[in-house]
Design a protein around this ligand. Structure first.
Ligand SMILES: Cc1cc2nc3c(=O)[nH]c(=O)nc-3n(C[C@H](O)[C@H](O)[C@H](O)COP(=O)(O)OP(=O)(O)OC[C@H]3O[C@@H](n4cnc5c(N)ncnc54)[C@H](O)[C@@H]3O)c2cc1C
Length: 364
C-alpha cells in the first residue's frame, strides 16, 4: 500500500477520506488496520507559550512515527495543554493522539474539548483517569475525576457513534475519532490486568498504549492471557518503551513514577556499562526487538522523556518499520526556510531553551 493514501492531497493537516469500518479519518487507524506494525511517540510538552517549541519537538519524529502523543499534565504537573499541542500539531499536518485525563476537567469541559479537537483535525484520543494531584508539584490542586477512563471512553463513543452528548442532546456533526486507553501489565494485581483491559475494550477502547515495558517476561505472561481472552483481536496493542538515560534515572523512575516497574537486572545492566546512556538506548532497542515478536502486539509507543532526539535512531536500529516510511512533514511553498530549519533540526535534535533565547534575540 502506498503511504500516499495516507495524505489528504488538499492539505496534510486535513482529515483523510472516510473508509468503511474505520472510526476516524486519520493515519494511525489506517496503519493499524492494514496490519502494519505501528510506532507512536510521546512529545515532551513545553513549559512555554512558544509554538516553535512544539514544532521543534515534533520535527525530530518526522518520518519515523505514525502518531504523536500530546500528554495531558502527566504526573499531575502543568505544562502546555494537550489541546494546545494538538492544535499546533494538526496545523503542521502531524497525526496527534490527544490524551485526556479526568483529573482536571468535568464532563462538560471534556465533551467540549472533544468537539473542538475533532474540528481541528484530531483523529485519535487516549482516555485516561490520570495521575492523582498528589503526584505533581501542586498537590493542593482540586482534583475533579467527574469521569474516569471507562466513563470517558463511553462518553466519547456515545458522542461519535450516537451523535449526542451524555445528556442526550443531539450533535449536528459527531467527532470522528479512534479511541484509545492505557494499560499496565507490569504491576500487581497481575490477574486483574487483562480483565481491566477487557473492561476498557467494552467501554470503547480500539487501541491501547501500555506503561513502560522493562520486563518482557511479564508482558509475555500478560499477552498469553490476552490472547486466550481474544482481546488482541478486538483492540490494537502498542507496548510502551523508552531509553533510560542512566542507572540513577532508572532508580528514580522506579521509585517515583507511579506504575513504573524496572527490574534490578535492568538497572544493573545499565550501571555496569561504560556509557550508560548508550546502554539505555541499546536496552530499549533490544526490548523493541523482543516485543515485536510477541503474538498480538501491534506496535510500540516510544516515551523517550528528554531524549526525544534518539527516537529516530531507536526506531531505525530496531528495524520495526521494515522499510516502511511513515508520513513526513514537507514544507509548503508558502513556508520559505522550513526545509532548511527541519533539516538542521534533524541533524541537531531539539533546540535548547538557551538557543531559542539566543535565536529570538538575534531575530529581534
Ligand atoms: C501511555 C500512558 C500515558 C499516560 N498519560 C498520562 C497523562 O497524559 N496524564 C496523566 O495524568 N496521567 C497519564 N498517565 C498515567 C496514568 O493515568 C496512570 O498511570 C493511571 O494510574 C493508570 O492509567 P489510567 O489513567 O488509564 O487509569 P485506570 O486504568 O482508569 O485506573 C485508575 C487506577 O485505578 C486502579 N483501578 C481501577 N479499577 C480497579 C479495580 N477494580 N481494582 C483495583 N484497582 C483498580 C488502576 O489500577 C489504576 O491505578 C499515562 C499512563 C500511560 C500508560
Amino acid at each position: 500500500m502506498s503511504p500516499l493514501q495516507d495524505i489528504n492531497p488538499l492539505d496534510p493537516g486535513l482529515p483523510l477520506d472516510p473508509l468503511p469500518g474505520h472510526s476516524s479519518r486519520g493515519r494511525l487507524e489506517r496503519v493499524l488496520r492494514r496490519g502494519e506494525f505501528a510506532v507512536t511517540a510521546e512529545l515532551n510538552p513545553p513549559d512555554s507559550a512558544n509554538p516553535q517549541d512544539v514544532y521543534d519537538r515534533a520535527a525530530v519524529f518526522d518520518g519515523w512515527v505514525d502518531g504523536i502523543n500530546a500528554v495531558d499534565a502527566s504526573g499531575a504537573n502543568a505544562h502546555m495543554s494537550s489541546v494546545g499541542i494538538c492544535a499546533l500539531l494538526t496545523r503542521m499536518g502531524y497525526a496527534p493522539i490527544m490524551q485526556i485525563s479526568c483529573r482536571d476537567k468535568n464532563r462538560i469541559a471534556i465533551q467540549g474539548d472533544v468537539l473542538g479537537a475533532s474540528a481541528m483535525g484530531v483523529q485519535n484520543i487516549l482516555c485516561l483517569t490520570g495521575d492523582g494531584v498528589q503526584t505533581g508539584d501542586q498537590p493542593g490542586a482540586k482534583p475533579v475525576f467527574d469521569l474516569d477512563s471507562m466513563s470517558l471512553l463511553e462518553t466519547i463513543r456515545t458522542m461519535r457513534d450516537e451523535a449526542k452528548f451524555l445528556s442526550g442532546r443531539k450533535l449536528t456533526t459527531p467527532p470522528t475519532v479512534f479511541l484509545g486507553a492505557a494499560i499496565n501489565p507490569f504491576v500487581p494485581p497481575f490477574e486483574f490486568r487483562p480483565l481491566h483491559f477487557a473492561k476498557k475494550i467494552r467501554a470503547g477502547a480500539q487501541f491501547v498504549q501500555s506503561q513502560y515495558c522493562y520486563d518482557v517476561a511479564r508482558l509475555r505472561d500478560f499477552m498469553i492471557r490476552v490472547r486466550d481472552m481474544g482481546l488482541d483481536e478486538q483492540c490494537f496493542i502498542l507496548v510502551g518503551v523508552g531509553p533510560l538515560a542512566s542507572a540513577k534515572t532508572a532508580r528514580w523512575m522506579a521509585n517515583n513514577v507511579p506504575g513504573v516497574h524496572i527490574p534490578d537486572a535492568v538497572i544493573k545492566r545499565i550501571e555496569g556499562a561504560a556509557d550508560q546512556k548508550a546502554e539505555g538506548k541499546r536496552l530499549c532497542i533490544d526490548i523493541i526487538n523482543e516485543v515485536k515478536e510477541i503474538a498480538g502486539v501491534h506496535g510500540v509507543h516510544v516515551m523517550a522523556y528528554r531524549q526525544e532526539e534518539y527516537v529516530a535512531e531507536i526506531v531505525h536500529e530496531s528495524g520495526v518499520l521494515k522499510g516502511r516510511k511513515p508520513w513526513q512533514r514537507e514544507a509548503r511553498a508558502d513556508e520559505p526556510g522550513l526545509v532548511e530549519r527541519m533539516e538542521a533540526l534533524r541533524q541537531r535534535g531539539p533546540v535548547s531553551p538557551e538557543k531559542m533565547a539566543e535565536r529570538a534575540a538575534t531575530s529581534a
